[in-house]
Design a protein around this ligand. Structure first.
Ligand code: SAM
Ligand code: SF4
Length: 335
């Protein structure tokens, strides 16, 4: 896939930021129940409220016509959506889209990694927060670490342009594993990003204020075990990267709590029910499903709704771990 040359981006917000990246959530459901992401008892959206494959594709096509160059599929868990491979092929065929990527918990990758690669998915981010099977189970409530490791190996073998690991680090829970996680990534020839926990949704497993740990303190620990160089690499995401000496691998930090990266924000999100979110840290959203369903095929109307919505993209997010400012859980938001 190649972008047409000299295409003027039309998605520019009032702060002069060009939006060329869409995170598309394909389901709010998941086969895991990570404690920092979901409450124990979750109510999921009724199926009829979720966008169909065709609606997802039609909405994506309009975003691409407006200047979106990269789409990341997410959720919930995107791989539990039937026909996900078909969706990837239909998105990969959109003229003007450079990349279709995905964030997954990896559980279903042993069967799906190769079909996804063959369908045109270029990169994968796989979440793995612990290498200890008991701890992994506790953190995900139901997960089996060995399935995720098998998924990571399957992704490694499938020939993606890049596979990156993601780990949310919770103080007092898995912060003692960052060296092991980084070494695991290097041993598998993959990059890894460490993510600060965000206060999205009211959870019952822990108090988020007690599990906060900043990227800078993680960096200090990593510096004692690895030789790390500043990297100029940007992947269109909020990770800041360090190069691991004598390897192809990078360690990234996603620091929404300690280091606001909003000035370079280039993205919007669409939830599985078709709500356009202009910012991860704000409740404001626009209902695009209503347009898709009451005016099917009217791409002009959808375009004007999206352009109008962009005028309200907030300048930045404000997170306070002492409070739940955002009631939306991350599985709804599409991380
Ligand atoms: N199920 C897939 C997965 O876990 O990779 C995709 C969706 S998940 C919501 C996307 C990413 O968001 C994961 O890396 C997950 O660890 C992260 N995440 C979920 N809740 C979070 C929170 N409250 N703060 C920071 N990251 C969170
Ligand atoms: Fe599921 Fe991903 Fe949320 Fe974990 S982080 S519960 S895998 S959506």
């Amino acid at each position: 896939m190649k972008s047409p040359p000299n295409k003027t981006p039309s998605l520019v917000d009032p702060f002069g930021r060009t939006v060329d990246y869409l995170r598309l959530s394909v389901t709010d459901r998941c086969n895991l129940r990570c404690t920092y992401c979901m409450a124990e008892d979750m109510t999921f959206l009724p199926k009829q409220q979720i966008l169909s494959l065709e609606e997802l594709r039609d909405a994506a096509a309009v975003f691409v016509e407006l200047g979106i160059r990269k789409i990341r599929l997410t959720g919930g868990e995107p791989l539990i959506r039937c026909d996900i491979v078909k969706l990837v092929s239909s998105l990969a065929a959109l003229p003007g889209l450079d990349e279709v990527t995905m964030t997954t918990n990896g559980v279903l990758l042993p069967a799906l990694a190769q079909p996804l690669k063959d369908a045109g998915l270029s990169r994968l981010n796989i979440s793995i927060d612990s290498l200890n099977a008991d701890r992994f189970r506790q953190l995900t409530r139901v997960g089996d670490l060995h399935e995720v490791i098998a998924g990571i190996k399957a992704a490694g073998a499938a020939g993606f342009k890049k596979v990156k690991l993601n780990a949310v680090i919770l103080a007092g829970f898995n912060d003692d594993e960052i060296i092991d996680l980084a070494r695991f990534a290097v041993d598998h020839g993959m990059d890894i990003s460490f993510i600060e926990e965000m206060p999205l949704g009211e959870i019952n497993s822990h108090k988020r204020v007690n599990t906060q740990i900043s990227s800078s303190s993680l960096r200090d620990k990593l510096d004692s075990k690895f030789t790390l160089f500043d990297s100029t690499e940007t992947t269109g995401g909020p990770s800041r990267y360090l190069q691991v000496a004598n390897s192809e691998c990078k360690i990234g930090f996603i620091s929404p709590m300690s280091n606001n990266f909003c000035e370079s924000c280039n993205r919007v999100r669409m939830t599985a029910e078709g709500r356009l979110l202009l910012c991860l840290g704000n409740e404001h959203s626009i209902d695009l499903r209503e347009v898709l369903r009451s005016h099917p095929g009217d791409s002009g109307l959808l375009k004007s709704k999206i352009l109008e919505a962009l005028k309200d993209k907030p300048e930045r997010h404000y997170f306070d771990p002492e409070q739940v400012n955002i009631v939306r859980f991350m599985n709804m938001t599409g991380g």
